[in-house]
Ligand binder design. Structure first.
Ligand code: ADP
Ligand code: ADP
Length: 229
């Protein structure tokens, strides 16, 4: 089924130098349970799209739906509720609380979520069972990002949106992080959208969407990776 849909999605930024069309009339369908990658040059609109899908930003024109919920019909409070109930985010920088252990960082989310998994399960799913009582400063960059992923998935979100999750990591560590995302996508069925330049993602994505100048330039479906049904 379709998890996100957009019609004519347009985002205009007003800047000193005039208008910037970050997105220009994007029509899009993203499918439930898939891992989708957004590719394209810097400035082509990938982050803007991810932020609008995740309810972090408003569209300028056009419409966006999450299942039956029209995001473009929501105000800030509605978007806040949408994010809280349905979306997990992973960013380039991990934003862990330095004075809390890995387990306690995840617990910040599981304490307030409706149907969370335990912090232990979340950390186990990212391969960090043996690091639960470590503080962020005692963890490598890749491990810190995996804690951030555990924190994002612990509330069992329907969608996981990842903006350059490998951007601060060396390529080998980045591949490990992408493999964790793939495993979560497979095991939990979480619809996942990833912005990354890491070439390895092309092999594990169900769908690759190329952006150019705020428009979709090309979509490649990796049929061999699609689950039956
Ligand atoms: P990408 O993620 O593909 O690098 P972005 O979505 O970040 O692209 O940016 C798309 C375009 O919108 C770029 O030209 C960028 O400079 C512009 N842009 C993004 N955010 C803002 C902003 N807050 N104010 C003005 N322009 C912005
Ligand atoms: P509410 O008070 O119901 O949360 P808001 O004040 O957040 O509503 O927004 C009212 C409408 O104004 C929204 O539906 C949205 O379309 C538009 N809007 C709010 N903030 C922005 C923004 N930063 N950029 C563009 N449109 C916005």
């Amino acid at each position: 089924e379709i998890v996100f849909r957009s019609e004519g999605l347009t985002k205009v930024y007003e800047t000193g130098g005039g208008q910037v069309f970050a997105l220009s009339g994007v029509d899009l369908e993203l499918y439930g349970g898939e891992l989708t990658v957004l590719l394209g040059p810097s400035g082509s609109g990938k982050s803007t799209l991810l932020n609008i899908l995740g309810g972090l930003d408003h569209a300028s024109e056009g419409r966006v739906w999450f299942r039956d919920l029209e995001l473009t019909g929501l105000g800030d409070r509605g978007l806040t509720r949408f994010r809280r109930d349905h979306v997990g985010f992973v960013f380039q920088f991990y934003n862990l609380v330095p004075s809390l252990t890995a387990r306690e960082n995840v617990q910040l989310v599981t304490d307030i979520a409706r149907h969370p998994m335990s912090p232990e399960e979340a950390l186990d799913r990212v391969g960090l069972s043996h690091r639960m009582d470590h503080f962020p400063a005692e963890l490598s960059g890749g491990e810190q990002q995996r804690v951030a992923i555990a924190r994002a998935v612990a509330k069992r979100p329907e969608v996981l949106l990842c903006d350059e999750p490998t951007g601060a990591l060396d390529s080998q560590t980045g591949i490990q992080v992408l493999e964790v995302l793939k495993q979560i996508n497979q095991e939990l069925g979480t619809s996942t959208v990833v912005i990354t330049h890491a070439a390895a993602i092309r092999k594990i994505a169900h769908r690759v969407i190329w952006f150019q100048d705020g428009r979709i330039a090309r979509i490649e479906a990796n049929e061999t990776r699609l689950e039956p049904g």
